[in-house]
Design a protein around this ligand. Structure first.
Ligand code: SAM
Length: 283
């Protein structure tokens, strides 16, 4: 069964009495080369556990199951569960869990199924919730080898932007603590049903096996970055002081100067490493 074929998608959904649910960000792939390419690129070892978020009717899930030892797919839409048992019935290495990934204990799921295997994430993410899902994965405490996601092109630009560029944001700086993001390829809106308004891109994040930067208080480091980008128009000194009034402006300016930075610098110019240093100086 070609799960990217539009007639097949319509048929299996009609049989289950369901339609596309916009509120779940359901834009299904209808070009079979895309799930093949994503599945090829998402992990280095065949002997891997792949955690998929949002299998839809299973077009990417199937390609993952053909290439890797075990696939666990978390799908929020209850209506898709009987569809998936039909479309994926040929595979004995797939487990589908009907749950909201934002409510799922990701570490517990990985613990249950990984059996010592390296673990990677692979997903065509629902666009309404891309950044929260990425943050949840990164902060889950699971040592993923890689996270490969299809996201809106603009989000992909943000994830890979270098410090100082307009697209560089809080997610970019926080992501730099966990690993390195690379854009793999662009996917045009016409490859989906229904077609979204914007193009997409696939990004692979390779997680550092051991942290590259070691801020003493990781929660404060993350909050410092969030504060810096919440008030982008302010100088970094003013943005930090607005969020943490107990940290005086003079102290922030001194810390920046000791790092060789201008006290009037804006938050988007600092790299992840510089945020790690600054957070230790302000703690
Ligand atoms: N993987 C399929 C494909 O590539 O054609 C579907 C991708 S579609 C963009 C996103 C999928 O994520 C949908 O199946 C949707 O129901 C599911 N989804 C949305 N929000 C979710 C959540 N919070 N937790 C788990 N799955 C979710």
């Amino acid at each position: 069964m070609d799960l990217c074929n539009l007639s097949v998608i319509k048929e299996v959904m009609a049989e289950a009495g369901i339609t596309f649910r916009k509120e779940f960000g359901q834009n299904f792939l209808i070009n079979r080369m895309i799930p093949e390419d994503i599945a090829d690129a998402c992990a280095n070892e065949e002997n891997s556990l792949i955690l998929e978020i949002g299998p839809g009717i299973g077009c990417l899930t199937k390609e993952l199951a053909l290439r890797y030892k075990k696939v666990v797919a978390v799908e929020i839409d209850r209506g898709l569960i009987p569809v998936l048992s039909r479309t994926l019935s040929d595979f004995d290495n797939i487990t589908v869990i009907n749950a909201d990934i934002m409510e799922t204990d990701i570490a517990a799921v990985v613990d249950e199924y990984s059996d010592g295997m390296p673990v990677s994430v692979c997903a065509n993410l629902p666009y309404y919730i891309t950044t929260p899902i990425l943050m949840r994965l990164l902060e889950s405490g699971v040592k993923f080898s890689s996270i490969t996601v299809m996201v809106q092109k603009e989000v992909a630009d943000r994830l890979v932007a270098p410090a100082g560029k307009a697209d560089y944001g809080a997610i970019t700086a926080v992501l730099g603590y966990y690993g390195e993001a690379k854009r793999l390829f662009k996917v045009s809106a016409g490859c989906f049903m229904p077609a979204p308004k914007v193009d997409s891109a696939v990004v692979r994040i390779d997680l550092y096996p051991t942290p590259r930067y070691n801020p003493k208080d990781v929660a404060f480091f993350r909050n410092l970055i969030k504060a810096a980008f919440e008030m982008r128009r302010k100088t970094l000194t003013n943005a930090i002081n607005a969020k943490f009034p107990h940290i005086e402006k003079g102290r922030i300016a001194d810390a920046l100067k000791s790092m060789g930075l201008d006290e009037n610098i804006r938050g988007e110019r600092l790299t992840t490493e510089q945020y790690a240093t600054l957070s230790d100086l302000l703690i």
